[in-house]
Design a protein around this ligand. Structure first.
Ligand code: COA
Length: 327
């Protein structure tokens, strides 16, 4: 079994890669939605704006046993951590393949001048001991929550929307933020200090637009609702409806800037989002979200809306210097 780099994957290699994702999903179907061949091809071939990707696989020359994708956001040598995702076919686990791919990816990480890498994994899965035995540390615990729209009592959203918010107006847009709100949105995103801390990268208008372009490039739709005070964003919430949505949308960021907190703006913008999706995307029946385990305010907002805990995941991070090297 050899580790190979896939700089320019051929069709047969894309099919093999997808086969690995399908086998991993079949072994643990509850972990995430079933992989989709077109999405796999886009991931391997697509040039995502603002990020590059490097790929490796373990193969016997014909079939792939394991794959690794390293996402490199921003320019080489920037302080932004890379993101790693490794998948090993269940029947090939505990033979060191994951470790060999991690060593190959660590080489790619160093070659790109990165100092660290992050991985998001589910609590209680083999990924946890795997990462911990390779120099990773848990930097964030996330609670995966799900809102089933059919379970939201009639009138609940309308009651939340009817709450008085003197001095604030709601505004909404689809896709990239309108120019007049770009800087204020970046500032509001920066208010999510708990996440910004480990990402180590400040939000600016450029990065805000880049994130929306990444979503559009994947074929997904980004919806944003914001509360304005004096024309400036005081709080906002984002939901992404995936391409070919089969009912589940994903909550992205929600934040209220510090001087506007404590006025129920968070739940207000989220209620307005639910009303918008009901008219614009009636096919959306569920919304999933990840909340930092210590973010008590956001958890309270989501529970009041009707979100229920589904699973716990963790963000792990390692310094490039702590990672294994290819022997
Ligand atoms: C996590 C995963 C990539 C590990 O791949 P792997 O090829 O089995 O890992 P390795 O054989 O290189 O394991 C190296 C070490 O990790 C630890 N480890 C890996 N799996 C483990 C498990 N199930 N239980 C306990 N320790 C484990 C052990 O210390 C192991 O060394 P050992 O076998 O000598 O005891 C694989 O289980 C997988 O694909 N899981 C599903 C996808 C996923 O969660 N990916 C993680 C995202 S980065």
């Amino acid at each position: 079994m050899d580790v190979i780099a896939l700089d320019d994957p051929a069709d047969v290699q894309i099919r093999e890669w997808h086969g690995v994702l399908t086998a991993v999903h079949a072994a643990d179907p509850a972990a995430e939605p079933a992989p989709d061949p077109e999405r796999t091809a886009r991931l391997l071939l697509g040039s995502e704006p603002g990020a590059r990707r490097r790929l490796w696989a373990v193969t016997d020359g014909e079939h792939m046993a394991a794959v690794a994708a390293l996402r490199l956001p921003g320019e080489p040598g920037t302080g932004r951590p890379a993101e790693i995702d490794i998948r090993v076919r269940p029947e090939h686990r505990r033979r060191g393949l994951g470790g060999r791919l991690l060593a190959a990816a660590a080489g790619g990480l160093r070659a790109d001048g990165r100092t660290s890498v992050i991985a998001q994994v589910l609590a209680g899965t083999p990924a946890v001991p795997f990462l911990e035995s390779h120099g990773f540390e848990c930097v964030l615990t996330l609670r995966g929550m799900l809102l089933r729209l059919d379970d939201v009592p009639a009138g609940h959203v309308a009651r939340l929307l009817a709450e008085e918010h003197a001095g604030y107006d709601l505004v909404r847009w689809q896709g990239v933020v309108p120019d007049e709100h770009a800087t204020a949105l970046a500032r509001a995103k920066h208010a999510m200090a708990d996440l910004a801390e480990y990402e180590g990268t400040p939000w600016d208008a450029h990065r805000v637009r880049e994130m929306a372009e990444v979503v559009a490039k994947r074929g997904d739709d980004l919806y944003t609702v914001a509360a304005l005070s004096g024309g400036v964003i005081a709080g906002f919430t984002e939901v992404v409806v995936p391409d070919g949505c089969t009912g589940r949308a994903a909550q992205y960021d929600t934040a209220v800037v510090p001087e506007h907190r404590g006025r129920r703006l968070g739940i207000w913008v989220k209620a307005a989002m639910l009303e918008w999706l009901a008219e614009a995307r009636p096919g959306v029946r569920e919304i999933e979200t990840d909340n930092a385990g210590d973010n008590v305010h956001m958890l309270a907002v989501n529970e009041e809306l009707g979100f229920r805990m589904e699973r716990e995941s963790m963000e792990y991070q390692a310094a490039a210097s702590a990672l294994p090297t290819v022997p």
